[in-house]
Design a protein around this ligand. Structure first.
Ligand SMILES: Cc1ncc(COP(=O)(O)O)c(C=O)c1O
Length: 491
């Protein structure tokens, strides 16, 4: 059959309606599904095959993709998934994302989409307000926290070069002294990746730690700054393994004393600002020069969504604004977000952010964050009370980090035992805790993040989610007992 999208205008209605019909059933099924269902794996082969010479038509294609997708996806936005720091998507954010696709705006310039540009300005303003950041800061939406780190660190790199009388955006790094980048042991690989892309080198970060977990040694950092002089400091708000925070205020003091650029990676930890119970963890954030965070984590909008802020809006324009092409027409009065961040053509990712903040507001997000805080604390307490489990780090935010430690198993055998437990859980129990290794000792445990509303539909009451934590907790212990007897060190 010869197919051409122009031949059947009714196609769009049929296929979009089909997806909308399928969506509620899929969402409702998440709580009962295995996160990583082996039965779905054979479906992946159905994606393959040669490029069709003649297409099958939109209805066939969409029907196939729905069947394969809903069967083979990692069902991570449901309540059984405790790995990574993965959000779900609120109903308003999902619908907002569909609208972004429907309207297919190019958010490159004001002239290409006044709608997307205005929504981005409003969304960034709301986000600053949500996190208590100054309204006058500059900002831009990015595809992820990695890109947000890239954005903040590109501004830092521009600052560094300007200190040496150079415009790095125009002339590059050649001839410049290496930019010193310092932090504690919590610096996320994503910040290193950003430095890698920026030509500063991912291994140039000098970390100063006072323990195996990676907590920062401020005295050592201060001593190092005596030698380096002005440098870039990276503070992590919400360390990915255990959810701890660098002391941002104290790092801001050092930054002020030594004339440094302070970049804060708050991919998910920035949301600590939403609760009076955790906002102290971010003390000093308003003194940062740049801040990076994700929206596809705790804001619970669909991938890809992050954002970066800079105290001085000009810093973003300096780092990204110099590219030019005569056909990209700017106005004198309106902002062009492609001149404030790394992308050129970009989707209107402000629309799902706008929709979800309009729908649930500050109080809705505080409720999500505090529900997750409660769940994580509850899980931490269950772990502490269990004789065969060990909490590997204090619960600070939305991450509980623990391992199975039945009596009689030697320390050297615990990593392997916990790795085996993880595989057993994944294969049979349908809940997915993460894997965590503490930096120095490489002790492996289960890392469990509750930082999402877990399908925040009406079914996401705290009782419902709470029972999931209890059930999953029971499963972890039961599977632990099943796995342990197979272990050679137990026999
Ligand atoms: C602290 C921190 N920074 C950066 C990232 C990278 O985020 P993304 O994968 O959205 O780029 C993560 C991911 O978990 C993170 O925890």
């Amino acid at each position: 059959m010869e197919t051409d999208p122009a031949t059947d205008p009714a196609d769009a209605e049929r296929v979009l309606r089909r997806v909308a019909e399928a969506a509620p059933g899929y969402l409702a099924s998440l709580a009962g599904r295995l996160v990583d269902d082996p039965a779905g794996r054979p479906l992946l082969a159905e994606l393959a095959g040669p490029l069709p010479e003649n297409g099958a038509g939109a209805e066939v294609a969409v029907e196939e993709l729905l069947r394969i997708g809903t069967g083979a996806a990692t069902h991570s936005s449901g309540p059984r998934f405790f790995h990574f720091v993965v959000g779900g998507a609120t109903p308003a954010a999902t619908a907002g994302d569909w609208i972004a696709t429907l309207l297919d705006q190019n958010a490159v310039l004001w002239t290409s989409s006044p709608l997307a540009t205005t929504a981005e300005t409003v969304a960034l303003g709301w986000l600053k307000d949500l996190f208590g950041l100054p309204a006058g800061w500059g900002g831009v939406l990015t595809p992820s926290a990695t890109f947000a780190n890239l954005t903040g660190l590109a501004a830092a790199r521009h600052w560094w070069a300007a200190r040496h009388g150079r415009d790095v955006a125009a002339d590059g790094l050649a001839g410049l002294p290496a930019m010193p980048v310092l932090g504690g042991g919590y610096v996320h690989p994503s910040a290193r990746k950003a430095l890698q892309i920026l030509g500063c080198g991912r291994d140039t970060v000098r970390t100063h730690t006072r323990d195996d977990a990676g907590r920062i040694d401020l005295d050592a950092l201060a001593t190092a700054l005596e030698h380096t002089g002005p440098a870039v400091l990276i503070a992590t708000a919400g360390e990915v393994n255990a959810g701890d925070f660098d002391p941002i205020d104290a790092m801001a003091d050092l930054a002020a004393e030594h004339g440094c650029w302070l970049h804060v990676d708050g991919a998910f930890g920035l949301f600590a600002a939403l609760s009076p119970r955790t906002e102290h963890l971010l003390r000093g954030i308003g003194r940062a020069d740049s801040v990076a965070a994700d929206a596809h984590k705790w804001l619970n909008v669909p991938y890809e969504s992050g954002f970066a802020f800079a105290r001085d809006p000009q810093a973003l324009a300096d780092a990204f604004g110099s590219w030019n092409a005569p056909y990209l027409v700017s106005t004198d009065t309106e902002v062009d977000y492609s001149r404030l961040g790394p992308e050129s053509s970009r989707r209107a990712r402000a629309l799902p952010i706008w929709a979800t903040l309009r729908a649930y507001g500050r109080s809705g997000y505080r409720a999500i964050v505090e529900r997750n805080l409660d769940l994580t604390r509850r899980l931490g307490a269950l772990v502490e009370a269990a004789p065969d489990l060990e909490l590997l780090a204090p619960v600070r935010l939305c991450v509980a980090c623990f391992r199975y430690r039945p009596p009689g198993v030697p320390e050297v055998a615990l990593d392997e035992l916990n790795a085996r437990l993880g595989r057993a859980l994944l294969a049979t129990a349908g809940c997915t805790p993460g894997r965590r290794c503490t930096a120095g000792t490489r002790r492996c445990g289960r890392r469990s993040s509750t930082g999402a509303p877990r399908r925040p539909t009406s079914s996401c009451s705290s009782t419902w989610s709470g029972s999931w934590v209890s059930d999953s907790f029971k499963t972890w212990r039961e599977r632990g007992r099943t796995v342990a007897p197979w272990h050679p060190d137990l026999t």
